[in-house]
Design a protein around this ligand. Structure first.
Ligand code: CP
Ligand code: NVA
Length: 311
């Protein structure tokens, strides 16, 4: 039976049950099929999504906006200069006023606390479009991509190499264990995921029977990998650390030499934007194992599923 998710927020994958994650992916698959067979239904006719951005975006902004349009609704973009989130008025007032106008709020912020504050005071669903802590919509799209490419989500080994303390790594921890996937992170010392995130993910892992491992050696991690995942070494908001990070992360580059140590049918994911020549080489990101463009496309389909369920 369908689970009613109307009115819910999407702040973290950890707040969702395994069944809710499965439902989002199943609805996304149906919506994607309908889209390609020109049978799209106007599930969000008359609805408007307010999109708050404190940071730049290609995929998130465009896929949410197009997603709303394709489902018969509309979206409005509120960029950093428009509402001056965190500067012009209290976040709680923004949440209370905006929810009188729109049917849902999607927000991309620096501090994760702002997402929590918006969710607390909004009377319409709040969707986290990336905070410094988490990037749940990205990882739900990634799960859809993995399911399509591998035909399943459980009994797979996902190896994440790079910055273990960023939003994508944190959401991958939550997302993979939630669906029964093993996750190994190879990260330099000092760039491990936050302890509270690992502890929460471990609770799920124990229940579901998946495994989390955090090590330092990328070569050791990659042995038997079904999926290799990487992200930029310096996330938005941490630019002042970028020179130090370039040195620290050098041994963590996804290059051809490393890829040959994974399974023959390994797929390579990157949330994009990529810094080619840093965390991933041109040869690998443009090579036969890379699925990054399909992955980016799936942001659209999965978010349409999320919007249809929550709004
Ligand atoms: N992957 C992702 O969220 O891309 P944007 O920053 O372009 O939205
Ligand atoms: N970790 C990256 C993801 C970008 C989509 C960042 O926050 O910049």
């Amino acid at each position: 039976m369908a689970i009613d998710m109307k009115g819910k927020n999407l702040v973290s994958i950890n707040d969702l049950s395994r069944e809710e994650v499965t439902q989002i992916l199943e609805i996304a698959e149906i919506i994607k099929l309908r889209h390609y067979s020109h049978e799209e239904q106007p599930l969000l006719k008359g609805k408007v999504l307010g999109m708050i951005f404190q940071k730049p975006s290609l995929r998130t902004r465009v896929s949410f906006e197009i997603g709303m349009i394709q489902l018969g609704g509309q979206a409005i973009y509120l960029g950093p200069g428009d509402i001056k989130l965190g500067e012009r008025e209290a976040t709680k007032d923004i949440a209370r006023v905006l929810s009188r106008y729109v049917s849902g709020i999607m927000a991309r912020t620096f501090s994760h606390e702002i997402i929590l504050e918006l969710a607390k005071h909004s009377s319409v669903p709040v969707i986290n479009g990336l905070s410094n802590l988490l990037h749940p919509c990205q990882v739900l799209g990634d799960l859809l991509t993995i399911k399509e490419k591998k035909g399943r989500l459980s009994n797979l080994k996902l190896v994440y190499i790079g910055d273990g303390g960023n939003n994508v790594a944190h959401s991958l921890l939550f997302g993979s264990v939630k669906v029964g996937m093993d996750i190994v992170l190879a990260v330099p010392p000092g760039y491990e995921p936050k302890e509270e995130i690992v502890n929460l993910a471990n609770e799920d892992a124990k229940k579901i029977g998946s495994r989390i491992e955090i090590i330092q050696d990328p070569k050791e991690a990659i042995d038997g990998a079904d999926i290799i995942y990487t992200d930029v070494w310096t996330s938005m908001g941490f630019e002042e650390e970028s020179e130090i990070r370039k040195d620290v992360f050098k041994p963590y580059q996804i290059n051809q030499d490393l890829v040959t140590k994974a399974k023959d049918d390994v797929i390579i994911l990157h949330c994009l934007p990529a810094h080619r020549g840093e965390e991933i080489t041109d040869e690998v990101i443009d090579g036969p194992h890379s699925v990054v463009i399909d992955q980016a496309e799936n942001r659209l389909h999965v978010q349409k599923g999320i919007l249809a369920l929550l709004l």
